[in-house]
Design a binder for this molecule. Structure first.
Ligand SMILES: C[S@@+](CC[C@H](N)C(=O)[O-])C[C@H]1O[C@@H](n2cnc3c(N)ncnc32)[C@H](O)[C@@H]1O
Length: 365
């Protein structure tokens, strides 16, 4: 860090409160619970709670001294900002695919944070073994297709015995599926990795990925040793894992666990629900297109009625203009006839020796 950057970082470290990201970036990290509280304060408080729980779940021997930490999928830094007090003794980095969040962090909290935009797929540009601790809050809870590729990439990026602390969705965050009438309740033995809302955009919260604990231990456990696994903590579960030695490919983590009957049960559960969910979404889409068709018909009828009134108005206007033209012609002819008669009368009077005064009408001179 350059000297002037160090000064800025020190100033920022002691500055409270830190600048808060705008509402659209705060909401990119997840909709805030409806509350009358100050939304900035809620964002700050939630981030602090998550950060404190993650740090508390690290091994007792953990210290930030001299460590390199990455917050993978950091958003606008809801969690990472609470590690800024550690920036004097640890190097703090954050990355995300969401450019606006990273740009905000660059402009407001960097330094001390090193932040960068990453692609949707691995790799990150760092050499193997760069980080001592990687955090990922509410990120693997949305990775449907790329979870295994990212997990092995984070494994590569961790140094020997490096730690991965992340959140996962389990029974404690099942409120979305639980609200869907067609969805079955949480059942740890019937669920492996289960996706709800596949294909939903980030603006709608993105897809939600659920994992049971046995499945995490079986699949993630191949590349990492679980040190802490808590299914319900900060709304989501928390897992802290230590990197196992070796090299792993995504398929190594995806392969079914031999001799584990819950794998088949989990796949059946997911397949059943994928069918129900697609039927439900299809019905929603059909309902929406039916409503749209109805609106379009209404619009077409209104447009036709408007066109009819417009032509009626046009016809009335033309008839009025014709009547006005006729009235003007009539008036012109009438006044011509009248003035002709007056002129004839005046001539007759003149011949009789009388003159019609021009200046004073009505008086004889
Ligand atoms: C629910 S938000 C959580 C953000 C942040 N960790 C927090 O707790 O406030 C999920 C974040 O993961 C990011 N994300 C999704 N896929 C990603 C990927 N492949 N690499 C990095 N970030 C990703 C999203 O852009 C989003 O910022």
């Amino acid at each position: 860090m350059e000297a002037h950057e160090e000064e800025t970082a020190t100033a920022l470290t002691s500055r409270r409160p830190l600048p808060a990201p705008p509402v659209e970036l705060r909401e990119h990290a997840g909709r805030m619970p409806d509350s009358r509280d100050d939304p900035e304060e809620t964002y700050e408080r939630l981030g602090k709670v998550i950060c404190d729980h993650l740090v508390a779940a690290l091994p007792e021997t953990w210290s930030f001294e001299g460590k390199r930490v990455l917050d993978f999928g950091c958003g606008a830094g809801r969690v990472l900002r609470h590690l800024i007090p550690e920036s004097g003794r640890a190097e703090l980095s954050g990355c995300d695919i969401h450019r606006p969040s990273i740009e905000w962090l660059e402009q407001n909290l960097s330094p001390p944070l090193n932040v960068f935009v990453n692609g949707e797929h691995p790799p990150l540009p760092h050499p193997s073994g760069t980080f001592d601790l990687i955090l990922a809050t509410s990120v693997f809870t949305h990775l449907v297709e790329t979870w295994s590729a990212w997990l092995v990439e984070l494994h590569r990026l961790l140094g020997e015995e490096g730690l991965l602390a992340l959140t996962f969705k389990n029974r404690g965050s099942f409120e979305g599926p639980a609200r869907a009438a067609w969805h079955e309740d949480w059942d740890e033995d019937q669920i492996g990795m289960h996706v709800y809302g596949a294909g939903l955009g980030w603006d709608k919260g993105g897809p939600a990925v659920y994992q049971s604990q046995w499945w995490l231990r079986a699949h993630w456990g191949r590349a990492f040793e679980f040190l802490h696994l808590e299914p319900e903590s900060v709304g989501q579960g928390i897992a802290v894992m230590r990197k196992r030695p070796g090299h792993f490919e995504p398929e190594d983590l995806e392969a079914l666990e031999p001799g584990e009957p819950r794998e088949i049960a989990g796949l059946r559960y997911s397949l059943r629900h994928a069918r129900r969910e697609s039927a439900f979404r299809l019905e929603q889409v059909e309902g929406a297109s039916e409503r749209l068709r109805h609106r379009n018909d209404q619009l077409a009828r209104t447009r036709a009625a408007l066109e009819r009134s417009r032509s009626e108005l046009r016809r009335e206007k033309e008839a009025r203009e014709r009547a006005e033209r006729r009235a003007r012609g009539l008036m012109a002819r009438l006044s011509g006839r009248l003035t002709r008669q007056l002129r004839a009368l005046a001539a007759r009077l003149a011949r009789c020796g009388l003159r019609i005064a021009r200046r004073r009408p009505g008086r004889l001179s």
